[in-house]
Design a protein around this ligand. Structure first.
Ligand code: PAF
Length: 275
């Protein structure tokens, strides 16, 4: 079946087939991590819709919206190869009316950790994701665990707003040396890339420990030994459902998450740790 490119709601209505529909929301610049999301979605639905939309609402004024990689022709090819039925690629004008006023609030969780460094980011993410859900009407939507706080907030939105959509979290895909795949990795020079390995190295070191204090100390030690060029934004060990720091007495699953700038590129990564 030929890949259909839809630009608005009426195109989506025409393209909709019978059976279960899975949505894979993306901002394009597709890599193996996105391909994994698509394959997982395909195994659970009759039709996969991939949205490609660089969402201005989730970028702060000094962030990389204008230089975010845009590789539409290659993205379409990847979608064809992965058996996607529909690519939804709306324009900014189609998604956002100039007089828009109402959006989704990501609440307290949206102001913590990544949200503390990027004010308004998660409101922008949830607003676009809710709009995509309303436009595509999927039965299921797939998101990567690499954006763990985003995934937790989307699950929260689905629960709090009673959205009839199953959310599938898909494990992070890594390079053989541990670097988590990200569309932003293409900004990294060979030197930056070596520096960036401290992030996954810190998470691996933390994940080998079993108490909160040990996990934090082991991960911090790797970051402290990182080559010059790494500016750590945060290293946190948080409850996966609330993204609040876990106390030293905590037992159960927690998320060890890190964010840092390598040169001018901001990277995030996380692992789940059992305490
Ligand atoms: O994870 C992303 O690529 C984006 O945050 C998403 C979910 C597509 C919303 O713009």
């Amino acid at each position: 079946m030929d890949l259909i490119v839809a630009e608005d709601r009426s195109d989506l209505v025409k393209a909709r087939g019978e059976g279960r529909v899975a949505l894979v929301p993306t901002m394009g610049a597709l890599h193996e991590g996105h391909r994994t999301l698509i394959r997982e979605a395909r195994g659970r639905a009759d039709q996969v819709v991939v949205s490609i939309f660089v969402n201005p609402l989730q970028f702060g004024p000094n962030e990389d919206y204008s230089r975010y990689p845009r590789t539409f022709a290659a993205d379409l090819e990847a979608c064809r190869e992965e058996g996607v039925s529909v690519v939804f690629a709306p324009s900014v004008q189609t998604m956002y009316h100039p007089d828009r006023q109402v959006g989704v609030s990501s609440g307290l969780m949206g102001t913590l950790v990544e949200g503390a460094s990027r004010p308004g980011h998660f409101d922008g993410v949830l607003t676009v994701v809710l709009k995509l859900f309303n436009l595509v009407s999927p039965d299921l939507a797939a998101f990567g665990q690499k954006d763990a706080q985003q995934l937790a907030l989307i699950r929260r939105m689905v629960a709090d707003l009673d959205l009839p959509i199953e959310i599938l979290g898909v494990p992070t895909v890594r390079e053989p040396d541990g670097l988590a795949l990200s569309s932003r990795n293409r900004y990294l020079s060979a030197d930056d890339r070596r520096v960036a390995l401290s992030l996954s190295g810190a998470l691996r070191a933390g994940a080998e420990r079993s108490t909160p204090a040990e996990v934090r100390a082991a991960a911090r030690a790797v970051l402290d030994e990182a080559p010059p060029g790494l500016a750590v934004d945060y290293l946190v060990l948080v409850d996966p459902a609330t993204f609040t720091e876990v106390p030293d007495s905590y037992a159960g699953e927690a998320v060890l998450a890190v964010a840092a700038k390598v040169g001018t590129t901001r990277l995030i990564d996380n692992v789940t740790v059992t305490l």
